[in-house]
Structures are given as C-alpha cells and as structure tokens.
Design a protein around this ligand. Structure first.
Ligand SMILES: Nc1nc2c(c(=O)[nH]1)N[C@H]1C(S)=C(S)[C@@H](COP(=O)(O)O)O[C@H]1N2
Ligand SMILES: [Mo]
Length: 390
C-alpha cells in the first residue's frame, strides 16, 4: 500500500505540511490524522509515533515526529515576531526573524528529542500516574537548524551574575484559574557549551530542512541536546538571563522526581535536565503472534551525553534476562543522537516476551527495574515486548 504522502505527491497535490497545519489553529492536520501516530489529544495536540514507523529512518520525518503541547498552538505573525533577551545582560535585545537569519552564523545539529514522560504507561502499570499516557514513541531524531544560544547571549553581553538562562513560550496554558506560558531554564554552562562541532544549545528556526512546523514551535524554539524535551521551549518569545533557575511551574514544581505531592518533596527534589539511558524494542509489536524460529528484533537506544557518552551495546533476551544476544547497529555512535539496532534471535513455543537493555560508553547498564514516581517521568527500566509463539 502506498503511504499517504506518496499518494499526495503522485496526485500532484503537494501541500507543505507546516502550511497545511498552520491553517487550523492548535492542530497539525496531517500528523493528528495520520494512522502512523497514536493521538492522545487534539487540542492541545499530543501524539506519539507508532513504533513500527519510528525506526524506519535515523532522521524522523517532521510529520512522524511526536508532539507534546500543553496548550493550543499560538497564532504568531512571523513579520511582527520579536525574540527578546533580557535580565542579567549588558544590552537587552529584541530580535526579528530576519535578524536571526542574517545577523548570526547559521548552525545545525542532529539531536534526539524525547519527552521525560516517554514510557509513562509503564510507571502507570505499577501504580496509576496522571498525565498523557505515553507508550514508547514520544521520541524522535531531527536535524535542527538556527543560531547558537551562545551567539545570541554574547551579542547581548553577559553580566557577572549570569548563571541560568530562562526560556518562555508564547503559548497560554490554563492552570488553576490563571494563564501561564510554558517555561524552562538551563544552566549557563550548557547554553555556552560546544561539544566538538555541536552547539550546546540552539535557537532553532528549522527542522529537517523545513521551517519549524507549527506543532513543533514555529517560528522559533530552543533545542537543548541531551536534555529532556521540556527544556526545548517551542514558540520561544523571551530569553531571560538570571542568577537562579526559572520560577516557572515547569521548572519549579514539575519535572522533578517525587513520590508524593507535598511542598517539601517538590522543594527537595532536583530539577531534571539530562534524559536517562534508554532502549526500546519497536519490532515485533506488543502482542505480536510469531512462529517458532529466528525472529528479527529491532528498536532504538539513547544514551545521556553530558560527558560525551554514546550507546555502546544493546542486548536482547528471549528468556527473561538469563541469556542475552548482542544487537547490531545501523547508525553510528554520535552523542545526543539515538542509535537504531536490530538482532536476529531464536524463539520457541515457550517464549512469552522479548527484553532489551542498553549499555553506554561509560559502562552504565540500564536497570531491570526503576523506582516509581508521582508524575511518571524518566522510565528507563528494561523494555518488555509480550509475544505469543505458536
Ligand atoms: N512552549 C512550549 N514548549 C514546549 C512544550 C509546550 O507545551 N509549550 N512542551 C515541551 C515538552 S514537555 C516536550 S517533550 C517538547 C516536545 O517537543 P515536540 O512537540 O516538538 O516533539 O516540547 C517542549 N516545549
Ligand atoms: Mo515532555
């Protein structure tokens, strides 16, 4: 069967997806209607990629890329748009899109973005967690282009007290009667860092050679390689340099690992920045009916990269973790990027599940189990795929 995109192409009906999506506020018409996505909500739009489609390519196409939004897509007039830079800077800035394109060196970075809540349904299986019940498809790998946050901050000039950089979105999130923007902050060192040829943080205007689609932050977002998706703020309107982390809800009282919701436990838990080591089997699918004999198992793995780590090893077990087979990689070991892997493994009528775990280049191995937390973040225990063999 032809994929819908191919059909559109062949019928000559080529509508740029970011344009088509932009016609309907709050909704990317294509992605939300795609059979390749599991849609958790339309407005705000939350959808994840079906695992069989997710690993078809190392770069995730824009229309297959998961969407996690806390509010409808804000309507932004690109010709009037200004990104402001303020706080602990010598010269506050107000930057137009043209200035972003022409006044700074254009850079790009391939980086995997993943939601801290990816695999939340596995926390929920232990004890119900509220929030979007992500399976394992809230992840994708894209080539982001734009300018470095370091260049923007250097243009503004940092003052002595600069230690954290806050990001504020132009979206409007309703929370307990009030309306707040989505916010994040990152330590200044991450903002100013370079990892080889990779900028530590990007103020991005492009995704895989296209303008950012509305669902992914048009016209400007941050991309913070190695950090949980929540730090990559879409529809970026404001950058504030400060001596402390942002007081925004999504930094101050969300995205922390707590067991109960008390002011003390939120305050005691640290701010989540780096995503954890993870691996997931995408094929065969959950519940697949298989024949005895060799089966090809395939998926993705991702390593934290704060010290340059990459995925070193992926192992799959068909006997609950007693014996493991090493997977082969179809993509190189690049910091901040996932690796796709596959392995042929023998199964028989006694096989009930396939288990996968990864090891990173620092020797860290994924744990068999991980502690539960109230918001269901950072699930990264061994991934299990139930199968029936007959
Ligand atoms: N302004 C804004 N930025 C945001 C969000 C949001 O709701 N509003 N969601 C965050 C979360 S939780 C994630 S995981 C990523 C998802 O990015 P994507 O939708 O492009 O995949 O965006 C982040 N940036
Ligand atoms: Mo997220």
């Amino acid at each position: 069967m032809l994929h819908r995109r191919e059909l559109l192409k062949q019928s000559g009906l080529v509508i740029p997806l970011w344009l088509a999506g932009g016609l309907i506020p709050g909704r990317n018409a294509f992605a939300a209607d795609s059979p390749d996505m599991i849609v958790h909500g339309r407005v705000p739009h939350n959808s994840e990629t079906r695992l069989n489609r997710l690993i078809e390519s190392w770069i995730t196409p824009n229309d297959l890329f998961y969407v996690r939004s806390h509010a409808p897509v804000p309507q932004i007039d690109a010709s009037q748009f200004r990104l402001t830079v303020e706080g602990e800077v010598k010269k506050p800035l107000s930057i137009s899109l043209a200035e972003l394109r022409e006044g700074f060196a254009q850079r790009s970075v391939v980086a995997t973005l993943t939601c801290a809540g990816n695999r939340r349904n596995e926390h929920s299986a232990v004890k119900e967690v509220s929030g979007v019940q992500w399976q394992a498809g809230a992840i994708g790998n894209a080539k982001w282009s734009g300018v470095t946050l370091a260049d923007v901050l250097n243009k503004a000039g940092l003052k002595e007290g600069a230690k954290h950089v806050w990001f504020e979105g132009l979206d409007q999130i309703e929370r307990s009667g009030g309306v707040i923007p989505f916010g994040a902050s990152i330590p200044l060192e991450k903002a100013m860092s370079e990892h080889g040829a990779m900028p530590g943080t990007l103020v991005a205007t492009g995704m895989n050679g296209q303008p950012l689609p509305p669902d992914h932050g048009f016209p400007v977002r941050t991309v913070v390689p190695g950090f949980i998706g929540a730090r990559s703020v879409k529809w970026l309107g404001k950058i504030i340099v400060s001596d402390r982390p942002s007081p925004n809800h999504y930094v101050a009282t969300a995205y922390r690992l707590v067991e109960e919701s008390t002011p003390e436990s939120w305050a005691a838990a640290s701010i989540l920045y780096d995503y954890p080591l993870n691996s997931v089997t995408c094929l065969p699918s959950q519940g697949a009916q298989l024949k005895p004999g060799p089966v090809t198992v395939a998926g993705f793995a991702l390593a934290p990269a704060n010290a340059g780590q990459t995925v070193r090893r992926v192992e799959v077990s068909a006997d609950g973790g007693q014996t493991w087979s090493h997977a082969e990689f179809s993509s190189p070991a690049i910091p901040f990027c996932w690796r796709l892997w596959s392995v042929k493994i023998g199964i028989d009528r006694g096989t009930t599940e396939l288990v996968v775990r990864a090891t990173d280049s620092s020797g860290e191995v994924q744990a068999e189990k991980v502690p539960w937390n109230l918001k269901g973040y950072m699930f990264n225990a061994w991934h299990h795929t139930k199968v029936s063999v007959s």
